[in-house]
Design a protein. Structure first.
Length: 533
């Protein structure tokens, strides 16, 4: 019993170190356990001090006093080492996701959103605990988000077990995620990472973004039904929290101030000069424009495209002609189905190695803007050359009647004898305005894009190959949503730790705090046992 009493001191001190370290580092994890360790440690340490009271009261310089001081110093050093190790581990932790599918990592685009997140954003996922797999998946995702952005408050709640929280957020329903900041709130079904990132970006804004779809010049209507409609595009834009409205400018009217983007989809009647001036003025204020121009078999050799006057002010030109692509990249022998496979701009270069399909496209190009040397250009999508020596390079035909012929009549067409040249099917322009006294443009960058096909966005082709990603990345770039653009070379590889379940995390905490103490405790017991012989 006397030997056990001698061991009470070191055991008590070890329990005090474990309990106090636990309370300092992770107080929310099993609080009753570390509280029990603190109570037991204090009790055993008191017993140990009482047992060794004669050593503590021995005159200084005696052998017993030196042994007691040495033991006390070793305890202090051990406690200091353990606390320092755990502090450094908590302050400078690095975690790695070794799963093949990067199941516990965030995409770099999501991490960019989290870094730009303002204060006061809260995320609450309402999912029933009865569905254990879903509940655990949500928790793991939320923990991964929290590891990347500590300012973000995330909660997984069962609406039946936390009715007060459910009522406070307006009874949004079950199996939904609520993201809110102040008066701005988004409710999204499920808990997908990309959807949650877009919702976080949305609640961080001060106002909603509106995409205006121009009508009144025989354009492609945004609400058209069937394969020629744009319902899937609209659905994806709405998921990115854009609001879609139509726009028809009257005499003297301006583009609305809340316009995040103006889309003009292949008008067949010329846009009046007054409207051209209004759209140009909108761009000059730092506006954003997406223009779609299709092949028009009825266009005469000297007839200009209906958007020519507006586009040429920004150095963008829609050439008269039809692109033919005999490479058969998608297995279709119709050369009018053009495949874009080069993506030079950083808004779309994540598509490298993928294909985009344009059912019938006309070539587009840019040129200098003589009265404005601050307009700069870039290529979005180009056609690469065909296999060497096979004569299957893409080329442009001036015969627009080919657009109306049956596909079997065009099979086998090859490029004429002239050397191949790069063909662009999508280009862009931007202008960075320098802030000056009295200038209301305050440095906002104007952006415009011209794409030589309006069909690649319709419901018949939107989901083919990489068309969807091309469309969304172009829209995100034009509207300034670079944070959501997925760039070349980015992978699902986070720097944060591989997330684990709560039980596994508790085990990790216990090992991190307890292992050094156990090693020290065993050594001290061995030393005391030998000393007592």
């Amino acid at each position: 019993m006397k030997k056990l009493a001698h061991l009470a001191g070191p055991i008590g001190l070890a329990l005090l170190v474990i309990g106090s370290g636990w309370a300092a580092l992770v107080p929310a994890s099993i609080p009753w356990l570390y509280q029990s360790l603190l109570v037991a440690g204090a009790l055993l340490a008191t017993i140990g001090l009482w047992t060794h009271r004669s050593d503590l009261l021995a005159p200084a310089g005696t052998r017993r006093a030196r042994q007691g001081a040495g033991a006390l110093a070793s305890v202090a050093v051990a406690i200091g080492i353990v606390l320092l190790v755990n502090f450094l581990a908590a302050r400078y932790n690095e975690r790695y996701d070794f799963t093949r599918a990067r199941s516990f990592s965030l995409h770099p685009a999501t991490e960019r959103v989290l870094k730009a997140l303002p204060e006061g954003v809260e995320v609450v996922g309402f999912f029933p605990q009865a569905d254990r797999n879903t509940f655990r998946s949500v928790r793991i995702l939320f923990e991964t988000f929290a590891a990347s952005q500590p300012r973000l408050k995330l909660t997984v709640a069962d609406p039946n077990q936390q009715p007060d929280l459910y009522e406070r957020l307006g009874r949004p329903g079950s199996r939904v995620t609520v993201v809110h900041r102040g008066e701005r709130r988004v409710v999204l079904p499920g808990f997908e990472e990309g959807d949650l990132a877009a919702a976080l970006l949305e609640v961080g804004r001060e106002q909603s973004r509106v995409v205006y779809w121009v009508i009144g010049h025989d354009e492609r209507p945004v609400d058209a039904r069937g394969a020629l409609g744009y319902q899937r595009l609209q659905s994806d834009l709405i998921k990115d929290y854009y609001e879609i409205r139509t726009l028809s400018l009257g005499a003297g009217e301006k583009v609305p101030a809340d316009a995040a983007l103006v889309v003009i989809a292949d008008p067949r009647r010329p846009v009046p000069p007054a409207e051209v001036a209004a759209y140009d003025a909108y761009l000059r204020r730092g506006g954003r424009l997406l223009a779609l121009v299709d092949v028009d078999p009825g266009q005469g050799e000297t007839q200009a495209n209906p958007l020519a006057e507006l586009l040429e002010r920004w150095g963008l030109f829609a050439r008269r002609g039809l692109i033919l692509d005999p490479r058969e990249r998608t297995g279709d022998r119709d050369p009018r189905k053009v495949v874009g496979d080069r993506f030079p701009h950083n808004s779309v270069n994540a598509l490298e190695g993928q294909l985009t399909l344009f059912p019938q496209a006309r070539p587009v190009e840019f040129g200098p803007v003589m009265d404005d040397q601050q307009v700069f250009h870039y290529k979005l999508v180009e056609l690469a050359a065909g296999p060497p020596g096979q004569g299957k390079d893409p080329f442009v035909s001036a015969d627009l009647s080919l657009a109306l012929r049956p596909a079997e009549e065009l099979a086998g067409l090859s490029r004429p004898g002239q050397p191949p040249e790069p063909i662009a099917v999508a280009i862009g322009a931007f202008r960075k305005f320098t802030p000056r006294a009295g200038d209301t443009r305050v440095g906002r960058e104007a952006r415009a894009a011209l794409i030589g096909d309006a069909d690649f966005l319709n419901d018949a082709h939107f989901d083919q190959v990489a068309n969807r990603e091309l469309a969304l990345n172009v829209v995100r770039w034009l509207t300034g949503e670079e944070l959501l653009i997925r760039r070349e070379g980015e992978r699902r590889q986070a720097r944060e730790a591989m997330m684990v379940s709560p039980a596994q995390m508790n085990l990790v905490i216990a090992l991190a705090l307890g292992a050094p103490i156990v090693v020290f405790l065993v050594g001290w017991i061995v030393w005391l046992t030998r000393r007592s012989r």
